[in-house]
Design a protein around this ligand. Sequence first.
Ligand code: GRF
Length: 189
Amino acid sequence: KRIVLFASGSGSNAEKIADYFVGNADVEVSLIVSNNPKAGVIERARRLHIPVLLFDRKTFYDTNRITQLLLNQNVDLIVLAGFMWLMPADLVRAFPNKIVNIHPALLPKFGGKGMYGHFVHEAVVAAGETESGITIHYVNEHYDEGQIIFQAHCLVVPTDTPDDVAKKVQVLEHEHYPRIVAEVLAGLI
Ligand code: GRF
């Protein structure tokens, strides 16, 4: 089975997923796609010996290069791990129920455009939520509205800052995303 990871930032989730499959004869992470030449994920990919492909917005949206490339590589699952662009419609159509994403909150709350990264945790704290967590879901053309695959929760206490929440959520991401990706690949969920 072949996985391609998409990441725009630090890539800690991408690294955890790649590490999880090291030594697994049946699953390989064949490529990391990014839109940010300064992304930390590029350095992580170098250490992991995984090739990186950088796309600019024009190529990503105005051509079908990414879709053709992934089809030609017989990719079984596309895993978004902190990728900040919406998936092009032709890519979503070419990979039905084969694109998953992780959102650092409990969708359907705190989702949608602009709700990513630190903003999510600020909104959760500002709303006085008593819990937060992660949502792993299939991707469709509308950001965070695809079918939910898995959620995990963490407590939020009144003294928590957005950073405290971010740290608790990241622990859940690293703990669960690799395994959920493996289960989706195995057709178990
Ligand atoms: C994570 O919070 C993830 O939930 C969100 O983007 C962030 C990626 O973090 N989609 P990293 O680049 O994997 O460290």
